[in-house]
Design a protein. Structure first.
Length: 284
């Protein structure tokens, strides 16, 4: 048991230090607390007795051990892995082991009832470098397209060359740092939590989560559009204003408005469907 505790504690300590210093992965520190709270909400289901899912437990444990072995072999070959890649290997393997342990020692019904809180721990796994680069590239490109649409609707004179916008009196480059990847990931996690807590239908939960992708692009595009308008209307010095360098929380808060409206609409549709199902049941 001491060896198992050490196996878990050392990578988790490194993960905590990494997340505390990371702009992108700072949300990782909250994920265990969120999962524990969701398990606490389901505490009554933990008392249900059922057979453990040993077959699935063996599959997950084997997968975790194989992944650790692969990481060890890659490391022994002298491959230069980034901190994110190292932690992605080790923490994902630990995640699989946690799933395996839960399947072995908790009943099948208990695991089923707390599947979402356990699954949410996947967000403790840092994005590998290549995944981060692809997500940033997608958000960067999509945000530029959204900003172009807003500039066109506003009637402002502009031209665009890739990620570069030429506006009257200033040029704005949409850099990878402008992708808003941190706030987009956080908004996606929030949508999963809200869907789990407030929606019954899996389909509506999926709609809420997937809607966060265009919402993230629109939010980032609106931020670029706002900064461009300020630079043109007030002066080029606005490119160095706090709204550019520290305005992320403000635009994240604004994106919560359409998010909450969509959540309310989906809740109403969920309740209407539930009422119709009750009426049909009574009629039968």
């Amino acid at each position: 048991m001491a060896g198992l505790a050490l196996c878990f504690s050392l990578p988790l300590y490194r993960l905590a230090r990494f997340a505390a210093e990371s702009d992108l992965h700072s949300y990782i520190l909250l994920m265990p607390l969120v999962s524990l709270y969701l398990v606490w909400l389901k505490r009554e289901s933990l008392l249900v007795e059922s057979e453990p899912a040993r077959r699935w437990g063996a599959v997950f444990l084997t997968g975790g051990l194989v992944l650790l072995a692969a990481y060890w072999l890659v490391d022994r070959q002298g491959v230069n892995l980034t901190t994110e890649d190292r932690l992605a290997f080790t923490i994902f393997s630990l995640f699989l082991m946690v799933l395996g342990i839960c399947c072995f020692f908790l009943g099948r019904e208990t695991v089923k009832n707390i599947a979402f809180p356990i699954g949410l721990l996947i967000f403790m796994v840092p994005f590998p470098t290549v995944v981060t680069q692809h997500i940033e590239a997608f958000l960067q490109s999509g945000s530029a397209i959204a900003a172009e649409g807003l500039f066109s609707l506003s009637g402002m004179t502009y031209s665009r060359n890739g990620m570069l916008f030429l506006l009257p009196g200033i040029r704005i480059q949409v850099a990878p740092e402008c992708s808003g990847i941190h706030s987009s990931v956080v908004l996606f996690i929030v949508s999963l939590l809200a869907g789990h807590l407030f929606l019954r239908s899996p389909g509506k939960r999926a709609v809420l989560a997937l809607a966060m992708i265009p919402l993230a692009l629109l939010r980032n595009g609106f931020r670029i559009f706002t900064i461009g308008q300020l630079c043109v209307r007030i002066g080029p010095q606005m490119i160095d204003s706090p709204i550019h360098h520290h305005g992320g929380p403000l635009f994240f808060a604004l994106s919560l408005i359409p998010f909450l409206l969509l959540l309310v609409l989906l809740q109403k549709a969920d309740r209407k469907k539930a009422r119709n199902e009750k009426l049909e049941t009574r009629a039968v």
